[in-house]
Design a protein around this ligand. Sequence first.
Ligand SMILES: [Zn+2]
Ligand SMILES: [Zn+2]
Length: 299
Amino acid sequence: MRRSIAAEVARRPNGDRFGLWGERGSLATMHGKERVIAPLLRRFLGLRVEIVGGLDTDRFGTFTREVPRPGSQLDAARAKIAAAFAGNPGVRVAVASEGRFGPHPIVPSAPLGVEIVLLADRDTGMEVSGQFVDLDAMWTHAVVTDIAAARAFAEGVGFPMQGVVVSGCKEQVPCPESGLFKDVLDRADLERTVGDVIARCGAACVETDMRAHRNPCRMRAIARATVTLIRNFRLRCPDWDRPGLVVTERIPGARCAHCGTPTRVIKAEASTCAGCGHRVERSVGPPATDPGRCDVCNP
Ligand SMILES: [Zn+2]
Ligand SMILES: [Zn+2]
């Protein structure tokens, strides 16, 4: 954050209809995400967020498969936003986050985590989000047939600081219907739970708990997505000062330094205002690109 808070306040006087300084917001979480989201929004946007009491965010989908997530990651975040507004009708702003984990699309042995933090303003209808892609997400599992293997897996992921979830297993695939244990707290508890599941199913699935309060790596990723949201909030549309003028397009066509042919190298980035469609294009990279990346000079 380059600009100081004082400078930010001075730059955004009372006439700023999109500013959130001094406003209250509602945060939809039951997994402690306020620990990282609230201080950042307070410090950099002046927004005070409080958690909504009695909200069951698990109904929007769980990582442990017993409740499937309806629709996309963004749909799930929007459903949480709606619940946050419903649970706290007096507030102007609601904030929610949603994570998605899976194998990396190019290197399937590596995990890929994508966190989004979404902010919605009921007064202006504005929505601004921040995303963080985590190539070191703590997302892994093991199917074990003895307690020693479960213990080794747990130690490897940093249990008990990092939580683990134990579930029943059918043909090497986790099967929550045949047992799901999310609150394994210590080693003795883990050994007892895994022992019980193996006795019943023949094998147990042990996996990293992806809930934010049980996954320190994920909590850091949510903090970084929040920082991106703050940065995006500060990118204002030149037409009407609406926040969220974010990069929406990367344009290839940088010319080869030797023969001048357009290449696939990115030459510009375009940002678009989600509110009015205003588009700003900006050149990136050097004016001419390396002939090694030119299809004519280096086919
Ligand atoms: Zn060339
Ligand atoms: Zn605009």
